[in-house]
Design a protein around this ligand. Structure first.
Ligand SMILES: Cc1cc2nc3c(=O)[nH]c(=O)nc-3n(C[C@H](O)[C@H](O)[C@H](O)COP(=O)(O)OP(=O)(O)OC[C@H]3O[C@@H](n4cnc5c(N)ncnc54)[C@H](O)[C@@H]3O)c2cc1C
Length: 367
C-alpha cells in the first residue's frame, strides 16, 4: 500500500509516558496515530491501581519532580498536581534517619548540632580512611562521605540493589553522594514536585484522549500487519528485541513487588521507607496513601525486592556497564539507519530516565 493510503501515519509501540506524550503531540497536530501496548493497561510503569480510595503505584513509587518549567507547565495543563515533597526515612536495624543526608541525619548519627561540627566529623572520617584513587564503590563512597554514613546508609542498600558486595562494584556507580548542611529533608533539589491529583492514570488518560489504543497487542508478534497499517513507527520497547537480539541481550536489574492491604489507618507514617541494612531482604516499603493524603481506614503497603533479571522478566534498571554499552551502541547504530522507525523512551534508549526527562524527550523528538 502506498504511504498516503495507509490508515495511520504513526504506529506508536508502547502506551507508557513516552508513547502517550508523542500520541498527544500528533493528535494536537491533527495527525493519525495508533498506539499499541502488549500490556493490558496504558501508562507503562506509571500505572496506578485504585484500591478502595488509595492509588497504588503498581510498578514502584513514582514522584514527579522537575526543574524544567516547560515540562511542569505541560503536565499541569493536562491534570491538577497535588503538592508532595518526598522525604524518605532510612531504617537501619530499626534506627531511623532522615534522607537525603542532612543535618537531621548527622544529628541522629553523631549528636552534632551545627553544620561546622557535621563537616568536621565527615572530614575526620574521610581523612582517617586515607583513600587515594577509589578502586571500587565502597572506597568511592567512603572517600565522599566518610565511614559512618557509608556503613549505615549506603552499603547494605546498594548491595541489595545490585546483588553484589560494594567492594566488587565499580566506583562510577556513585559519582556524587550529596550532603546538605541544613535541616532540609526534601529528597529532590528540583523546583517543582508533586503527584497528579487522582493518580497517574489521569495524566495518561489525558495524553491518550482521542487516540486509538489497542491493548494486549505485542508489536513483535503482529509486526507485519501493524506496519502495513502505518507509514512510520515510534518504538518505545526494548531495542534488542526489536532487532531479534542480533547483537546479544541487553541486561537489566529487576524488582519484585509484594503488596498488602492492612486494616489499619497508618502503617509507617511516611510514603517511602528505605531499609539500609543488609539483613532486611527488601530495599523499601512504600505506603501509597501518603502520596495523596488518602483518608481511608485501611492502608496498602508494597515491599520492594531487588532481583536478578533473566530474559522474560520485567526489565527495570539498565546496567550501563562496558559490555552492555558496547552492545547498545550496535543497536543504536542500526536504529540510526532505520528509515521507518524512530526510537524513544527508557527501553528503546536503554537508559534510566525520570518521568520529566521522558516527557521532555517525547516533546522534542522529531516526528
Ligand atoms: C521502580 C521505579 C521507580 C521509579 N520512580 C520514579 C520517580 O519517582 N520519579 C520519576 O520521575 N521517574 C521514576 N521512574 C522512571 C519512570 O518509570 C520512567 O521515566 C517512565 O515510566 C518511562 O516511560 P517509558 O514510556 O519510556 O517506558 P514504559 O513506562 O516502560 O513504557 C513502555 C511501554 O511499552 C510497552 N511495550 C514494550 N515493548 C512492546 C511491544 N513489543 N509491543 C507492545 N508494547 C510494548 C510496554 O508494555 C510499556 O507499557 C521509576 C522507574 C522505576 C523502575
Amino acid at each position: 500500500m502506498k504511504p498516503e493510503h495507509k490508515k495511520y501515519e504513526y504506529l506508536i509501540v508502547g502506551a507508557g509516558l513516552f508513547g502517550a506524550t508523542a500520541a498527544y503531540r500528533l493528535r494536537q497536530q491533527g495527525r493519525r496515530a495508533l498506539v499499541v501496548d502488549r500490556r493490558t493497561h496504558t501508562g507503562g510503569n506509571i500505572r496506578c491501581e485504585n484500591e478502595d480510595g488509595i492509588n497504588v503505584h503498581r510498578y514502584g513509587a513514582h514522584i514527579f519532580h522537575t526543574s524544567n518549567r516547560r515540562v511542569w507547565e505541560f503536565v499541569n495543563s493536562l491534570v491538577e498536581f497535588r503538592s508532595f515533597i518526598n522525604s524518605p526515612i532510612a531504617n537501619f536495624h530499626g534506627r531511623l534517619y532522615n534522607l537525603p543526608f542532612n543535618m537531621n541525619t548527622f544529628h541522629a548519627l553523631w549528636g552534632v548540632t551545627t553544620p561546622g561540627q557535621a563537616r568536621a566529623e565527615i572530614e575526620r572520617q574521610r581523612l582517617e580512611a586515607g583513600i587515594g584513587e577509589p578502586s571500587n564503590l565502597e572506597e568511592q563512597a567512603i572517600a565522599l562521605v566518610g565511614t559512618d554514613i557509608y556503613r549505615t546508609l549506603v552499603e547494605g542498600y546498594t548491595e541489595k540493589q545490585w546483588g553484589r558486595p560494594c567492594r566488587e562494584l565499580p566506583p562510577e556507580i556513585i559519582r556524587r553522594l550529596p550532603v546538605r548542611f541544613t535541616f532540609d529533608n526534601n529528597y529532590f533539589n528540583d523546583t517543582y514536585q508533586g503527584i497528579p491529583a487522582g493518580g497517574y492514570n489521569r495524566l495518561t488518560d489525558a495524553l491518550l484522549e482521542g487516540t486509538e489504543v489497542r491493548l494486549g497487542c505485542d508489536f513483535i508478534e503482529h509486526r507485519a500487519e501493524l506496519e502495513e497499517l502505518s507509514e512510520k513507527t515510534l518504538y518505545t520497547g526494548e531495542i534488542d528485541r526489536f532487532y531479534d537480539y542480533r547483537f546479544g541481550h541487553l541486561e537489566y536489574r529487576s524488582l519484585r513487588f509484594e503488596s498488602r492491604r492492612l486494616e489499619e489507618e497508618n502503617f509507617q507514617g511516611v510514603a517511602v521507607m528505605n531499609f539500609t541494612d543488609r539483613e532486611t531482604p527488601y530495599t523499601r516499603i512504600i505506603e501509597h496513601k501518603h502520596f495523596e493524603g488518602a483518608k481511608t481506614p485501611h492502608t496498602v503497603i508494597t515491599y520492594e525486592y531487588p532481583q536478578a533479571w533473566t530474559p522474560g522478566m520485567e526489565p527495570y534498571y539498565p546496567i550501563n556497564d562496558a559490555r552492555n554499552t558496547a552492545i547498545y551502541e550496535k543497536y543504536r547504530d542500526a536504529a540510526s539507519h532505520d528509515g521507518r522507525t524512530v526510537f524513544g523512551g527508557r527501553l528503546a534508549e536503554y537508559r534510566y530516565y525520570d518521568m520529566h526527562q521522558v516527557i521532555e524527550r517525547a516533546l522534542d523528538i522529531e516526528l
